[in-house]
Design a protein around this ligand. Sequence first.
Ligand SMILES: *[C@@H]1O[C@H](CO)[C@@H](O)[C@H](O)[C@H]1NC(C)=O
Ligand SMILES: *[C@@H]1O[C@H](CO)[C@@H](O)[C@H](O)[C@H]1NC(C)=O
Ligand SMILES: *[C@@H]1O[C@H](CO)[C@@H](O)[C@H](O)[C@H]1NC(C)=O
Ligand SMILES: *[C@@H]1O[C@H](CO)[C@@H](O)[C@H](O)[C@H]1NC(C)=O
Ligand SMILES: *[C@@H]1O[C@H](CO)[C@@H](O)[C@H](O)[C@H]1NC(C)=O
Ligand SMILES: *[C@@H]1O[C@H](CO)[C@@H](O)[C@H](O)[C@H]1NC(C)=O
Length: 225
Amino acid sequence: MASPFNPREQVKPLAPSSRYSVRSHDLEDDVPSLHITKFSHRNYYCCGLAAAMFLILAVIAIVLGFTVFHVKGPRITMNGVTIEQLTSTANGSLQTDSNITLLADVSIKNPNVASFKYANTTTLVYFYGTEVGEGRSPAGVAKARRTMRMNVTVDIVPAKILAVPEFSKEFAARVLTLTSFTRVHGKVKVVMVKRNVEVELNCTMTYNFTSQGIQGDKCKQRVRL
Ligand SMILES: *[C@@H]1O[C@H](CO)[C@@H](O)[C@H](O)[C@H]1NC(C)=O
Ligand SMILES: *[C@@H]1O[C@H](CO)[C@@H](O)[C@H](O)[C@H]1NC(C)=O
Ligand SMILES: *[C@@H]1O[C@H](CO)[C@@H](O)[C@H](O)[C@H]1NC(C)=O
Ligand SMILES: *[C@@H]1O[C@H](CO)[C@@H](O)[C@H](O)[C@H]1NC(C)=O
Ligand SMILES: *[C@@H]1O[C@H](CO)[C@@H](O)[C@H](O)[C@H]1NC(C)=O
Ligand SMILES: *[C@@H]1O[C@H](CO)[C@@H](O)[C@H](O)[C@H]1NC(C)=O
């Protein structure tokens, strides 16, 4: 019971300060002018200079934050896909004796003022949800504000395509719809700051048995910073 009274007792010694604050309230209008006259011109000039410097530094920090230190996601573009002949010349059916090579012409555009270093990348190719091929691309560096071009080769195993039930339906329509999945892990290092970047690229492409080429490749990209 005694303790709740203690805070009130502790307030009492502070009471004079509240009287003091009332007094300072009355003087509020006069206080700034009093300060200026008390301060020498030099002190006033220094304060202004310090404030200006601080403002300039703040502006520089903000500008750097939005430009140099602002890491943007690299952009991966599939320029074109070429594929070896899928059908055997003998009977027009899918050739099964060897792997088929799919060549993707890819460019990586790095919009950052620092280089984008990326690791080994695996590209998986699916046909109706079944993995039918795999490609590897070596690690590399995309220079600052440059576009890098490279060929990614993917080995497609025709036997795996044949094993998918939907194949006969697609083959009858003389097409083959393939989807690719690529995830690129990389780093952008701006001065001392290292940022991890992950680019995910999903593409859908259609192989036309009649023209024996890839048509209508569409890609979707997602970047995680
Ligand atoms: C087509 O020829 C390949 C060998 O070139 C053979 O393995 C395959 O069974 C043949 N397919 C048909 C439908 O005759
Ligand atoms: C890159 O690939 C090679 C062989 O494919 C492998 O030995 C190496 O460990 C890989 N490096 C990374 C960082 O994944
Ligand atoms: C076909 O490619 C797969 C990997 O996707 C590989 O394991 C296999 O050895 C290759 N086969 C031939 C005949 O090159
Ligand atoms: C990619 O492959 C094509 C055709 O084989 C070739 O003309 C081109 O020079 C290659 N590009 C690179 C960057 O290796
Ligand atoms: C496949 O290619 C042929 C010849 O270029 C074209 O006539 C046909 O419309 C294409 N098929 C599809 C499904 O786009
Ligand atoms: C790519 O495909 C995978 C698996 O189907 C999916 O989880 C992912 O969200 C897709 N990413 C994009 C960018 O579409």
